[in-house]
Design a binder for this molecule. Sequence first.
Ligand code: URA
Length: 278
Amino acid sequence: MAEAVALLAALRLQLDWGADEALAELPLDRMVVRPLSPPLAAPAPPLPPGAEPPAERPAAARGLVRPALVASPLAATPAGQQAAALAAGADSLDALREAMACFDGSPLRETATNLVFADGVPDSGLMLVGEAPGADEDRLGRPFVGVSGRLLDRMLASIRLSRERNFYITNILPFRPPGNRTPTDAEIALFLPFVLRHIALARPRQLVLLGGVAAKGLLRSKEGITRLRGRWHQVTIKEDETLPALATLHPAYLLRNPGAKRDAWADLLLLRSRLAQE
Ligand code: URA
């Protein structure tokens, strides 16, 4: 009890001093003494007459260009390798859910309440991929059950699709990022093996990518969603397998920008006409 009172007092002190927002997912003990960063390199000594100057390191090695998601150095990290191995070892959707629940390579798991795996009909032939769970999804462990999910359900109902009968839905991240922040490139890359395995196991005939994070992650494109939307693309699921994918606006974006619903409607018509051709 005394400890709880002391902790509350410490929290109150932080609030009084203006520290009212968490900037990182895990606490960082700033009282720990860390080694100072290495001093800046001393200027190179003058070259002897006639000597060749050393070749300049490539821009990527000097950190001047951002590596593309596909070439993410994360794949070589223990967490990246664990994600790839767990995803590859899952031979059913249930096994994949289990594997994702066991994956401990991301701090997002520590701050989330539930793993949010998927909802809808896995073998419907149509799979929608969103961004990441929000507060409602995290609480209930199901994707798209909050305000934007309700808008999405109404939009799809307008072309006679429902998650009880006609589609399957998941997210790029299975855990809620704290404060609903946008997933980082590193988080998207880390969970990509699970998303690709999820798609391979559900075997949809078409994908719908909801918003910029899903489009960026699965199309590996640097273009924004406003350029990518309204067109069918190909998503590479495995080395020798691609799937048609329609990129469209995220329903949360539509809630903030109702004027964009006209574009979303045009995208829905594209989806409807493709499904009608099946
Ligand atoms: N937004 C998403 O992208 N996914 C959800 O599950 C909920 C909101």
